[in-house]
Design a protein around this ligand. Sequence first.
Ligand code: IMP
Ligand code: MG
Length: 173
Amino acid sequence: MITGRPLFTTEQIHEKVIELAGAIYRDYTGKEVLAVGILKGAFIFFADLIRALKLPVTVDFIVATSYFKAVSKGETTIYYEPREPVQGKNVLLIDDIIDTGISLNYIREKILAQRPESLKICVLLDKKERRITNVPVDYVGFNIPNQFVVGYGLDYENKYRNLPYIAAFKKET
Ligand code: IMP
Ligand code: MG
């Protein structure tokens, strides 16, 4: 169940998205970005972020999973990856949250093997405390403590993704 008040309200998320888009814009001015969203979790953040980004953007997605019922399996499975070659592109990987870092690290290495011109990572939420694999993250929205969160694309058993805010979640026992 959802516990307490929203951790981040719709307004707070919106402001953060604008701030992140500004930082990305400053780093990429004059360049084209290939924005790669990691599904499913990133779909809402991805849609908001690229619409705030005043740059030429092409989009693609990776469908990956590494999570099972709030407990990381510690392994990553990829179901879909970009069809267009990423070689020579400025790739910006966009994810909802980085937790252990295992899935982003795995995805990052797969993309790097295809020789992009550059590769940066943007996440809305960072649970630093839980990190197992060291992944360089270039843009972080909010740092959060070690608690399970849902909403704004983030799920528990594929539910709550449509909440327009982010809230802490406790499994009912
Ligand atoms: P990692 O490989 O442990 O970094 O896992 C990252 C993925 O696990 C994220 O992209 C999310 O899909 C999922 N995840 C991690 N923490 C949470 C959470 O608090 N709520 C919902 N999904 C989470
Ligand atoms: Mg995810």
